[in-house]
Design a binder for this molecule. Structure first.
Ligand code: ACM
Ligand code: ZN
Length: 551
């Protein structure tokens, strides 16, 4: 008993030290962290609060606001009034209102917003859809993660801290890539991917739809692309390049499904940029239309990973006709200003031997220049021809940094993936650049150096601190910095076989990426970030059913 008493007294003495200090929080658990945050004392209660909406706000934004209001209403089982946007609120009456107040503020940029929370009101201002969208994403992270839950809890108050936020992004292009060729992910998983991107204010999905291991988009003029090119006769097992699991594997998106995904992304402020990787990484096409290759085949949809030497034949005019017809259908599906045409890892061994390719080189008067071979310039010819065609349709091209080998026509955007060098070089030459260096942005790399404790990955080591620490302007002078449109991480899926595995490689590294894309470098703080990730993001992932790597 005396022993027990002593423990109790000791406990009382040390209890204050053991409890977290109860001081006003000076930061909020929002990722990516807003540009300006002034915290106050107390809370605004969201449960049961009225929603007031400026009649000037566009219908799409009203729809997003309504969705947010409906979540609070659903979880709390209460009725929020949702004011009709028609003739209800004039900006001049702002001060008189209580509850949530949404106001159109035309002085703000397209992705900019402000939130002012007092104990009585939560006032949101933006000029257009993406501003309201991002304000709502911030609000979702400011309150209880139960806002994402499907459980009804009438005791839930949905408290929002008193705070004043002014926010806008550092970069206009905030991308995430998804490879659906090496492994195919169903529409529902692609939408789930888009949902979590939108929550962290990403606005571009680079959708890698074609590769040696499968063509994934229905093109009605070329039905064999999906009848033959979308399926492979098995897949190598683990890292054994001589193996085959013997299971036929494949799938593709119908045009209706593509339209559905594009519209869904658009509703979340995300533009989908499709990638047709050419002239290499093309066994999906060649297996279906072997006449488009140098040798005429036969070809097979690849069952293993790596870089195939079998590529499109630029000596054949029919190959360009195929590309133009195919792009004509693809452009109908994807309204994006940018179309990614790949250009990476295209071996030239077949072109060196191919009479048609050599005849094309001769006819064009192409010569190597000592730095680049004639065949590398032949690839530049392919890039330029496709670029000219897409430009004639009002689109712009993006290419992997190999497109710099040889010559590149003005107006192309370069995606720097082999480290940062391609981005440094391209921006010095006056090209726009999207930075996706494998040294910071390859999410198919291991998240830990204890690889035996991780699911099989392609290799590499990219822990979350490394992603977070990326500074896209390093090594660039002011004139080059102007050409950096933004940053993207890439998720190649050779070893990523399931939805759960995909989410595990994505999260939470994508949260770190979002601060690289959104925050000024001086506003980043890894300790604050990890604390928000644990206190908020992980709870959100749990509520929404995402798999993620725990820290
Ligand atoms: C790439 O990772 N091959 C662009
Ligand atoms: Zn050829």
């Amino acid at each position: 008993m005396r022993q027990y008493l002593r423990l109790l007294i000791l406990g009382l003495i040390f209890l204050p030290a053991a409890l977290p200090a109860k001081k006003a929080s000076t930061s909020i658990n929002v990722i990516p962290y807003p540009q300006s945050v002034v915290t106050g004392k107390g809370y605004f209660k969201g449960a049961g609060a009225n929603f007031n909406c400026d009649p000037e706000i566009d219908n799409e934004s009203v729809r997003l606001i309504r969705e947010f209001a409906e979540r609070i209403k659903f979880v709390t089982g209460r009725t929020n009034s949702f004011a009709s946007p028609v003739g209800l609120v004039k900006v001049a009456e702002e001060g008189a209102m209580k509850g949530f107040v949404f106001i159109k503020d035309s002085s703000k940029g397209p992705e900019e917003y402000s939130i002012d929370i007092t104990k009585k009101t939560c006032t949101v201002k933006a000029s257009s859809k993406n501003g309201f969208l991002y304000a709502l994403q911030t609000l979702r992270q400011l309150t209880d993660p139960a806002i994402f839950s499907d459980k009804i809890d009438p005791s839930q108050k949905f408290l929002f801290p008193v705070v004043s936020i002014k926010d806008k992004p550092r970069f206009a292009y905030r991308g995430m890539h998804l490879d659906c060729s090496r492994h195919f992910f169903p529409v529902e998983e692609v939408k789930k991917y888009l949902d979590i991107m939108a929550l962290y204010k990403l606005n571009r999905l680079h959708w890698h739809l074609t590769d040696d291991q499968g063509w994934r988009v229905e093109i009605k003029a070329y039905p064999k692309l999906t009848q033959i090119g979308a399926f492979r006769n098995g897949t190598m097992i683990g890292k054994d390049f001589s193996s085959n699991d013997g299971k036929r594997y494949g799938g593709y998106y119908t045009q209706d499904q593509i339209r559905e995904v594009v519209a869904y992304a658009e509703s979340l402020g995300i533009t989908i940029i499709p990638e047709i990787d050419l002239p290499g990484h093309m066994l999906g096409v060649l297996s279906a239309y072997p006449e488009l290759g140098c040798t005429g085949g036969p070809y097979e949809v690849w069952t293993k990973w790596g870089v195939s030497e079998e590529v499109l034949c630029p000596g054949k005019e029919d190959m360009f006709i195929f590309l133009e017809n195919m792009f004509n259908e693809l452009l109908e599906l994807f309204p994006s200003e940018y179309i990614h045409i790949g250009g990476d890892e295209c071996p030239k061994t077949e072109w060196e031997k191919c009479p048609a390719c050599q005849a094309r080189i001769k006819a064009l008067g192409i010569k190597g220049d000592g730095k680049h071979s004639a065949e590398q310039f032949l690839q530049s010819y392919v890039t330029a021809r496709v670029q000219k065609f897409l430009n004639s349709k009002g689109r712009k091209i993006i290419g992997w940094d190999e497109v710099l080998e040889g010559e590149l026509a003005p107006g192309a955007t370069v995606m720097s993936w082999r480290g940062v060098d391609g981005g440094i070089k391209a921006s010095a030459m006056g090209f726009d650049v999207i930075m996706t260096p494998n040294t910071y942005c390859y999410f198919d790399y291991y998240q830990s150096d204890k690889t035996e404790q991780e699911p099989l990955a392609i290799g590499g080591h990219l822990p979350i601190e490394q992603v977070y620490g990326y500074e896209p302007f390093d090594g660039l002078d002011a004139s080059q910095q102007k050409h950096i449109l933004g940053v993207q991480a890439n998720l190649w899926t050779e070893y990523i076989t399931t939805n759960e595995y995909l989410e595990y490689m994505l999260l939470p590294r994508m949260c770190a990426l979002s601060e690289v894309q959104w925050c000024k470098s001086e506003d980043k703080n890894f300790d604050r970030f990890t604390s928000s990730m644990r206190n908020e993001s992980f709870k959100i992932f749990d509520a929404l059913g995402y798999n993620y790597r725990k820290y």
